[in-house]
Design a protein around this ligand. Sequence first.
Ligand SMILES: [Zn+2]
Ligand SMILES: [Zn+2]
Length: 170
Amino acid sequence: MIRVVTLDSFDEKQIAKLCQTLYTAFGVGSEHSDQKEVPAGMSEPLDAEKLISELKGVRAYEDDKVLFVTSRKLKEREVPGGKAPTTGYALYNKNRAIISTHGYKDFEASFKPIARNALQQIGHLWGLHHCLDPRCAMYPPWTPSFGSGEPSFCTFCRDKSEQKLRLAKS
Ligand SMILES: [Zn+2]
Ligand SMILES: [Zn+2]
């Protein structure tokens, strides 16, 4: 199960739509399961890795994947060629990831890039790497075309995520 945990207030309808998109992409249940506070003492821009490692009291079973959603800015990170805004972060092959909607004026109008980012971070939790197909949600997020694509995977990444899911279940 994919558990969406919000860290700020969002339109419940948009979060429900995000869960539906995750369900369609991965074929596993997804729900808005909790709302948490950013720990006191952590200020913007948030250190994504520190934040998701330190958030306590999140209800989840061992095989669950938790996606935190914040509207606050995440700290920039080093990428090939300089610094880039961080829209998401995942503990690769583990259970926790985060996306930020910072920089998008409106969740509804920016639904595709937000959902695409969510797919990519959760994809990383299942061990998916970046993909060279520009139509795929695993395409590198710092590319200019990333935000205009659909929230879905190419056949290769879809098959790979299904394989990982089968392994996790058995
Ligand atoms: Zn990535
Ligand atoms: Zn792909």
